[in-house]
Write a protein that binds this ligand. Structure first.
Ligand code: TRP
Length: 360
């Protein structure tokens, strides 16, 4: 069976380091692994509208920002299909049929949706489209017969919902759809990079993000004001690593080579951590290392972004081409789905024949 990847992001803002370590970096590795027959990366504008329906301008603007972030992070349009969800109308059609296979109480039980409802104060009145988005996400995945869906842990309930829909569909109408597997980030630091303020997650509304498109000055400033150990007041004080954001980021980004290059007093991160915990190592030195490490990672990304920014028409063309390819693939699946559901009236000559035989 073909190995196919489908994954994507809601275009509600520029992408940040949390997206990068949690998924983008991995996608580039997967793209370069040569192990996959097809890779679809979706800009989930229709899904973003389920909780931003009153702010379409924001979604529209961020489609290009996200596309630029993808391309600058190293996704190669020769190897992956980047496309815009709402332009592939087959996805909406699939959603309509899948809605018959899912109960209201099942949707209400989805833990990710539950916490998002709380976050958005939707408790007293939930837009149907929002509650429905796990079904729409099942369409995104199954339309491409994706076998592998690289996502963060928070998306596991979506994957489970998609798998249930696949099983129900196949049992009801015949084997058409493919059950997908989630591919989680391989290390826990990367699953959930905290914000620069130490809060559990980077989030635009909390203002605690480092963006892929930040300048080096912005990155330095953000690192210098990062949350560390509030009890580590003097350099000589022993410091704690628990919840110390600077060290969490080093865990996510730093390699032994960085020490040789930027901080030869230590061979590796463990030695630096030991010193910090003993006392005698100040935050500024650790932060300087992190700035250098991030700069190593972000400089090439920034450079690619600058190039793509000069050619926005080229970026549009990449999206258009990717969307056309995605549309073709989704149309093929939809055709099979309609055939299995017996709603392919004009494509099945035997139907006409049968009626002619019956009435003539
Ligand atoms: N829900 C995902 C997010 O919040 C975006 C998304 C939409 C997605 N459809 C998908 C991810 C299908 C994986 C597969 O970022």
């Amino acid at each position: 069976m073909a190995k196919i990847i489908l994954t994507g992001d809601r275009p509600t803002g520029r992408l940040h380091l949390g997206h990068y370590v949690g998924s983008l970096r991995r996608r580039v590795e997967l793209q370069d692994s040569g192990e996959f027959d097809k890779i679809f990366i979706m800009i989930a504008d229709a899904q973003a509208l389920t909780d931003n329906f009153d702010n379409p301008g924001k979604i529209r603007d961020n489609i290009i920002e996200v596309a630029l972030d993808y391309l600058s992070a190293g996704l190669d349009p020769e190897k992956v299909n980047i496309f815009i969800q709402s332009e592939v109308t087959e996805l909406t059609e699939l959603t309509f049929y899948y809605m018959n296979l899912v109960t209201l109480s099942r949707l209400e039980r989805n833990p990710t949706v539950k916490s998002e409802i709380q976050l958005r104060n939707f408790e007293t009145s939930i837009p149907v489209g929002f509650l429905n988005y796990p079904i729409s996400q099942a369409s995104d995945i199954t339309a491409f017969k994706a076998t592998t869906v690289p996502v963060g842990e928070d998306q596991l309930p979506m994957l489970e919902q998609a798998r249930e829909i696949v099983r129900k569909f196949n049992a009801t109408y015949g084997e058409v759809l493919v059950e997908p597997d989630a591919l989680l980030p391989d290390n826990s630091v990367c699953s959930r990079l905290p914000g620069t303020d130490g809060k559990a997650k980077m989030s635009k509304s909390l203002g605690n993000c480092i963006y892929l498109s930040d300048t080096s000055e912005e990155v330095s400033k953000k690192v210098m004001s990062m949350f560390t150990d509030p009890n580590h007041l003097k350099v000589s004080d022993p410091g704690s690593l628990e919840g110390n954001t600077v060290f969490t980021y080093l865990d996510a980004f730093c390699r032994d080579e960085h020490f040789e290059k930027y901080c030869p007093d230590y061979k590796n991160l463990q030695e630096m951590k030991d010193h910090y915990q003993r006392g005698g190592l100040g935050d500024v030195k650790v932060k300087r290392l992190l700035i250098n490490v991030l700069e190593d990672e972000l400089a090439p990304i920034r450079a690619r972004r600058t190039e793509y920014m000069k050619d926005i028409k080229g970026v549009y063309d990449i999206l258009r081409k990717g969307t056309e390819e995605a549309q073709k693939a989704a149309a093929e699946t939809l055709k099979e789905v309609k055939e299995a559901m017996k709603i392919n009236y004009f494509e099945d000559p035997s139907l006409l024949e049968a009626w002619e035989k019956k009435y003539n």
